[in-house]
Write a protein that binds this ligand. Structure first.
Ligand code: SAH
Ligand code: SF4
Length: 352
C-alpha cells in the first residue's frame, strides 16, 4: 500500500489519469477532510475501489494530547513502526469580530512539525537529543501532522496557517523529505500553504543550507545560533564542531531571501551561560551586514536539565541592547509552558 501524502500532484498524475481526478482526490483529502475513499462521491466507483486496494492516506495515530490554558495543543503521534513524534498547534491570534459579526482580525495559526525521530545534533539543552537519532520522517509523515490538526480542528482550507519545522529533529538532516513536504503542502489542490509561510529551523548545517538555497523553494530560514563564539557554541551544540559559526554565516550570505523578509536567528537565553550584555555586543557584531531578525527564546526547563531559565528582566535587557543597535528583535512568547512545551517533552511521558 502506498501513502498518497507522499505524492505531489504531478507525481500522482503518472499513476492516476485523467489528471483532474488527482485534483479531485487531493481536494477530498486535504480540503474536505474525507476519512476514507468511500466518501469521495465525485470519483467513479471503480476508481475508488482501485484506490482502496493500492493506496492509503493515514499513518499517524494520536495517542496523547495536552491542551494548554493558552489554547496551544501538543499532540503525541505514534508512527507505523511505533516510534513517537510530537506536533504542536499554536493559535497566535484570535478571530475578532465587531457587533455586526464582521471579521476585524483573522485568526492566525502556527503548526510546529517534527522532521525526524530523535536527532543527531546532540544539543546539550534539548530533550530530543537525549535518545539519539532513530530515523528520518517520510514526507507523508510530515504532511500528515499538519493535515491531522487542520482536520481535527476543522480549520477551513482558506484560513491562514504558518508552518515551522521546529519540532523534533533537524530538518536539514532530512532535507530531501522536508523539501518534498514543503512542495506538497504548498500546492493549491492540497493545503495551499505558501513556502513563504513555512520556516525551516536549523542547528546550522552549512552544507545543506547551501543545498536548500539552490533549491530556491522560497521558504524562510531560521538559524539556531545560541552562542557567539565557537567554544561555547560547540559546548552547547556539538554540531558546531562540524560546521562552525564562520561557515554558517558564509552559507547564509548566499541564501536567497525575499527582499521584504529577513533571516531569522534564534538565540536561546540560558541564565549565566550566554545571556550577558557582553554576549549581546558580540551578537551585534556577528550580524553586521546581514538582514537579520533575532528571536530570543528563554530556556524551557525540563526534568534533569542542568540549565536555568533567565528572568524576563534579563531577557528584556538583552533585547533592548539589540534594539538600540537597530537589530529587529523579539522575545518568543512562551506558549504551553504548562504542557511540557519544549520539544521532546511529551514523548518522554509516553503513553500514560
Ligand atoms: N533542530 C532544529 C529545529 C528543531 S529545535 C533546530 O535546532 O533549530 C527548535 C528550536 O527549539 C531550536 O531553536 C532549539 O534550540 C530550541 N530548543 C530546544 N530545546 C529547548 C529548550 N529546552 N528550551 C527552549 N528552546 C529549546
Ligand atoms: Fe536537534 Fe534542534 Fe534539539 Fe539540537 S535543538 S538536538 S538540532 S532538535
Amino acid at each position: 500500500m502506498k501513502n498518497l501524502l507522499n505524492y505531489t500532484s504531478e507525481e500522482l498524475a503518472l499513476e492516476i489519469q485523467p489528471k483532474f481526478r488527482v485534483q479531485q482526490l487531493f481536494q477530498w483529502i486535504y480540503q474536505k477532510y474525507a476519512d476514507d475513499f468511500s466518501q469521495m462521491t465525485s470519483l467513479p466507483k471503480e476508481l475508488r475501489e482501485r484506490l482502496g486496494q493500492n493506496y492509503h492516506f493515514k499513518s499517524l495515530e494520536c495517542i496523547r494530547k495536552e491542551e494548554s490554558k493558552d489554547g496551544s495543543v501538543k499532540y503525541l503521534f505514534q508512527l507505523k513502526d511505533k516510534e513517537l513524534i510530537e506536533t504542536v498547534f499554536l493559535p497566535m491570534k484570535k478571530e475578532l469580530r465587531d457587533e455586526k459579526g464582521k471579521v476585524l482580525q483573522e485568526a492566525k495559526y502556527t503548526i510546529c512539525v517534527s522532521s525526524q525521530v530523535g536527532c543527531k545534533s546532540g544539543c546539550s539543552f534539548c530533550l530530543t537529543a537525549k535518545d539519539g537519532f532513530k530515523r528520518n520522517l517520510e514526507a507523508a509523515e510530515i504532511v500528515e501532522q499538519i493535515l491531522y490538526i487542520k482536520r481535527e480542528k476543522n480549520i477551513a482550507y482558506e484560513k491562514r496557517v504558518n508552518i515551522v519545522y521546529m519540532g523534533m529533529g533537524e530538518p536539514l538532516d532530512n532535507l530531501k523529505n522536508v523539501a518534498k513536504a514543503v512542495r506538497i503542502i504548498s500546492e493549491d489542490d492540497t493545503l495551499a500553504i505558501a513556502p513563504k509561510r513555512q520556516t525551516i529551523s536549523t542547528s546550522g548545517l552549512a552544507k545543506q543550507i547551501k543545498e536548500l538555497g539552490k533549491m530556491n523553494l522560497g521558504v524562510l530560514l531560521a538559524i539556531s545560533l545560541h552562542a557567539v563564539d565557537d567554544e561555547l557554541r560547540s559546548e552547547l551544540m556539538p554540531i558546531n564542531k562540524a560546521y562552525n559559526i564562520a561557515q554558517i554565516i558564509e552559507a547564509l550570505k548566499e541564501f536567497p531571501i525575499n527582499q521584504r523578509k529577513r533571516l531569522m536567528f534564534e538565540y536561546l537565553l540560558i541564565a549565566g551561560v550566554n545571556d550577558s550584555l557582553e554576549h549581546a555586543k558580540k551578537l551585534v557584531k556577528l550580524l553586521e551586514g546581514i538582514r537579520a531578525k533575532v528571536n530570543l527564546i528563554l530556556f524551557n526547563p525540563h526534568f534533569g536539565a542542568i540549565y536555568k531559565r533567565p528572568s524576563m528582566q534579563d531577557a528584556i535587557a538583552f533585547q533592548d541592547y539589540l534594539s538600540s543597535k537597530r537589530i529587529v528583535c523579539t522575545i518568543r512568547e512562551s506558549k504551553g509552558l504548562d504542557i511540557s512545551a519544549a520539544c521532546g517533552q511529551l514523548s518522554k511521558k509516553g503513553k500514560r
